[in-house]
Ligand binder design. Structure first.
Ligand code: CP
Length: 309
């Protein structure tokens, strides 16, 4: 079975094939009749060991709009709460002849481990601070639809990079597609290996935003801090929160993105988050359904030679 465990290892043609297919699903989702029967008879299970609003809901909608049967497993309400392990949970579900399993887990690498034990396609819905591949794909689709391309753009990814699987997947994707990535944030929130990531690093947000095409903000992940950060919210916002004044350093037509959930007033001011001209935050959510339909389609319909991870 083919899986989508990360962006790392995907080539430009594979990424472009997913984005092109997703583009068509955007139109289907805007039409009155949103349902197709491409995946009729297939079964998708969402297995989430961490909270989610966007990823879980959009995978559910994506599966249903392609005609699949969809089951949502909330681990708080499952036998995981009685002590059943990740692998036993996966093997139990596997015995029910699934076609696709979307997994979110707090540990980096847990989804890959699980993918080695089951007979269905596994999609990583976010594992620890490792990868969140469908988020990077939906971000890329959103950017491509606004800017017409990815190659040659300068994209600033700002904030809590060290804990961010979204940042990691976006760095892989944007580098692969020929965009220039800048990381902006305090030294304490940069990964140790940042020098080997093919990015430019800035600790001064105004300098980092100078002339960029895309400003991608990240949530401060308080639940993953192990005592290594946080001065005060006010101080963080002063130096690294996106507001109108810092945004003025970017290109006049620069767009604003955030994967969600947002901490308003911490990493982003409501004034710019809700800017109807430049904020693409709601559109990112819309693109999420289309991208997840494309991923489910490619992985479970077994279209040859397109996605091999
Ligand atoms: N962006 C994202 O993954 O959001 P959720 O945690 O709500 O799924």
């Amino acid at each position: 079975h083919r899986h989508l465990l990360g962006i790392q290892g995907l080539g430009p043609q594979e990424i472009t094939a997913i984005l092109d297919l997703a583009d068509g699903y955007v139109d289907q989702n805007r039409s009155v009749d949103k349902r197709k029967n491409l995946l009729r008879g297939r079964t998708l299970v969402n297995l989430f060991f961490e909270n989610s609003t966007r990823t879980r809901t959009s995978f559910e909608l994506a599966g249903k709009r392609l005609g699949a049967d969809v089951i949502n497993m909330q681990t708080q309400a499952s036998s995981v709460a009685k002590g059943e392990t990740l692998i036993d949970t996966a093997m139990t579900l596997n015995a029910m002849h699934l076609d696709a399993l979307v997994v979110r887990h707090p540990d980096s690498g847990a989804v890959k481990l699980l993918s080695e034990k089951v007979n269905c396609a596994v999609i990583n819905g976010g594992d620890g601070s490792h990868e969140h591949p469908t988020q990077a794909l939906l971000d890329a689709l959103t950017i491509r639809r606004h800017k017409g391309r990815l190659a040659g753009l300068t994209v600033a990814i700002c904030g809590d990079v060290v804990h961010s699987r979204v940042a990691r997947s976006n760095i892989y994707l944007l580098n692969t597609m020929g965009a220039q990535v800048r990381l902006i944030g305090p030294k304490t929130l940069m990964p140790a290996a940042v020098d080997r990531m093919g990015v430019d690093v800035y600790h001064d947000m105004r300098k980092g935003l100078d002339g960029v095409d895309v400003v991608m903000m990240l949530r401060i992940q308080n639940e993953r801090m192990k005592g290594n950060f946080i001065p005060s919210i006010r101080e963080y916002f002063h130096f690294f929160g996106l507001d109108r004044e810092k945004l003025a350093m970017a290109k006049p037509d620069a767009v604003i993105m955030h994967p969600g959930p947002m901490n308003r007033g911490v990493e982003i001011d409501s004034d710019v988050a809700d800017d109807v001209e430049r904020s693409l935050i709601r559109e990112q959510v819309e693109m999420g359904v289309a991208v997840r339909m494309a991923c489910l389609d490619l992985l479970t319909r077994n279209i040859p030679n397109q996605v091999a991870v």
